[in-house]
Structure formats: C-alpha cells, structure tokens
Write a protein that binds this ligand. Sequence first.
Ligand SMILES: CC(C)(COP(=O)(O)OP(=O)(O)OC[C@H]1O[C@@H](n2cnc3c(N)ncnc32)[C@H](O)[C@@H]1OP(=O)(O)O)[C@@H](O)C(=O)NCCC(=O)NCCS
Length: 181
Amino acid sequence: MNPVLVTAVAHEPQRWTLTGDRVAWVRPLEPGDAGAEQRFFNGLSLDSRHQRFHFGLRELSPALLQLLTDVDQRLHRAWVVEAESPGRPVVADARFVCDPEQPEVAEFALAVADDWQGRGLGRRLMAHLVHQARRQQLHGLFGDVLAENRRMLVLMREFGARLQSHADGPQLVRAVLDLGG
Ligand SMILES: CC(C)(COP(=O)(O)OP(=O)(O)OC[C@H]1O[C@@H](n2cnc3c(N)ncnc32)[C@H](O)[C@@H]1OP(=O)(O)O)[C@@H](O)C(=O)NCCC(=O)NCCS
C-alpha cells in the first residue's frame, strides 16, 4: 500500500523521565501551538539555531513559523515536548516531512532547548521519529546535519544511519536511516 494512504495515527501524550529527574511530555503539534513554537525557537541559542536551520537565524520569520506549524500530521508530522512545569513551555520539537513525489521517504529534523540538552531527550525523540515512521510504513528517513555537529552525528551513528557526503558541499552530511519498509 502507498505509505501516504496509511492514515497517520494520533497518539496520546507520553510522559518521559529524563536524566536529572526532569519530566517532559511529548505530544503531536497542534494548530494552537504557534506562539509556544515561536518562543521555543527564538529561545534557542544562536548556535543551536544554526545547527537546526544551517544558517544564522536571529529569529523566526512569520513565513518560517507558518511552515513549521502548518502541519497536516500526514505528509508532515510534528511533535512537541513540553516541560512538566508551570506554563508547560515547549522544550523540544521533532518532525519529518514526506516528499509528495516520493512519500515513502521523509526528511527529519529535531531541536532540544539548550538547557535540556545532554539529558537523553534527543535520543528519545530520534527513537520516537523512527518508531512513528515505521508505523507509517516509510522506507527511510534522512536528515541534513552540519559536519561540525558532533553530537548529532554521534547520535545518528548510534541509530545505524549511513553518513553520506552532501551535494551542497562538505559543510553538510546527509544521515540516511533505512527502515526496511
Ligand atoms: C543534537 C541534539 C538534538 C541532541 O539532543 P540531546 O538531548 O542533547 O542529546 P542526548 O542527551 O539524547 O544525547 C545523545 C548522545 O549525543 C552525544 N552527546 C551528548 N552530549 C554531547 C556533547 N556535549 N558532545 C558530544 N556528544 C554528545 C552522546 O553520544 C549522547 O549519548 P550519551 O548520553 O550516552 O552520552 C541537541 O543537542 C540539539 O537540539 N542541538 C541543536 C539543534 C540540532 O543540532 N539539531 C539537529 C539537526 S537535524
């Protein structure tokens, strides 16, 4: 069956306990999340924003914010992680987007708030993306990672990704995960 025709399954929020006993909840991104997403991305350090978007982004433009939050949860699936603390701020974001021409393969991206990094959240989110992509019967996920982003490359190797040279130049590495779908 064409993977696009497999309806993406909504799921209940999941509670995650992270290193240092921090607790967070992961749930699908919803239409009302634009403000929280804007605060999350604008709150990232310049370095993290650079690692995520690959260019020096001072703050999200309305167009980019719309791209990130106009999510159909079918070809474009996205999740946010909220801290279990007052105001429940968004502390991470992860997504994959299928190419409509080749919907069995999707490009993924994720980002974790700076003061939540190094607590296992990136690994949990990556495992979540792989799990959800498999449920959707995707054959593969790929992501473009800056060659200097050691943490992300370590993580991708851990997940068994193939690290390929990138057509845009040596500053980028394409991480490819075969899901055997
Ligand atoms: C890359 C990123 C998603 C990783 O998330 P994280 O929550 O910090 O990662 P985790 O805590 O799950 O750590 C995963 C592994 O990364 C590696 N790692 C963690 N901190 C590291 C560091 N300071 N230096 C090198 N490797 C490191 C380790 O192998 C770690 O495993 P360990 O906990 O067993 O040591 C996060 O740092 C981030 O959002 N960075 C900015 C945006 C970005 O780079 N996005 C990816 C582009 S698609």
